[in-house]
Design a protein around this ligand. Structure first.
Ligand code: SF4
Length: 223
């Protein structure tokens, strides 16, 4: 099989900061490009392609960082068809492979060994109308074992975002079968306020703060 060519923004090692794997050393492969415009996007620089590498070259670079976990992120990684070949090649190395996606594209057809972290964008993102609701259906239909490889993430900026998230979970109780993460847009909502709302409503979600931003608040990339 010919190796796919991928547009890459950066490949680096850091601490996983935003999932149930938060806290573990992790190699990140940031694919370049995203056709969306989330208001609080913190990786706009990933729109630019810094390198074009084959899947084999990407795998070598990631393995050289010597971590047990490798995450593919972006930009929007699912916009590059070659990412599927990359995910399978990374899984074949025996590492734990995470995929972080903005949640606008179906995750159907992804190598089942990949742990999928899927955003559900609330209204203040400006892009919530584009959420791929099919991903919720896919998670429900996945079956008990495969459901463990689905994780949904909601990042809220205000009360309206919180209520949207809460009501979505009441309508589609993902939290009964998958991990649902909820956090704040840094600098826009006090984490303690979100914690109070979660406790008041008895939501079965896992609250998280963006660990990499707490560790390295000055870093604008490579974190
Ligand atoms: S999907 Fe991700 S990379 Fe794309 S604009 Fe939204 S936050 Fe930024």
């Amino acid at each position: 099989m010919n190796e796919a060519l991928l547009k890459i923004s950066e490949i680096f090692r850091s601490i996983q900061g935003e999932s149930s794997y938060a806290g573990w050393p992790c190699a990140f492969i940031r694919l370049a490009g995203c056709s969306h415009n989330c208001r609080y996007c913190d990786s706009l620089y990933a729109r630019n392609t810094e390198e074009r590498l084959t899947t084999g070259e990407v795998v070598s670079r990631a393995l050289a960082l010597k971590t047990e976990i490798i995450e593919i992120t972006g930009g929007e990684p699912l916009e590059q068809p070659g990412v599927h070949q990359l995910m399978t090649e990374l899984c074949n190395t025996g590492r734990k492979v995470l995929l972080e996606t903005g949640g606008f594209i179906p995750v159907a057809g992804i190598d089942p060994r990949v742990h999928k972290i899927i955003d559900l964008k609330p209204p203040s993102s400006g892009e919530s109308g584009k959420n791929c609701m099919e991903n919720i259906t896919l998670a429900f239909k996945a079956g008990k074992e495969l459901q463990k490889s689905f994780e949904f993430k909601m990042v809220v900026a205000d009360r309206n975002d919180y209520l949207w998230s809460r009501d979505l979970l009441r309508m589609h109780p993902l939290q009964k079968s998958c991990t649902v993460l909820m956090g704040v847009v840094a600098g826009e909502l006090a984490p303690a306020q979100l914690a109070d709302w979660i406790l008041e409503d008895g939501l079965r979600v896992r609250m998280q703060l963006q660990l990499h931003k707490l560790l390295w608040p000055e870093r604008t990339r490579g974190a």
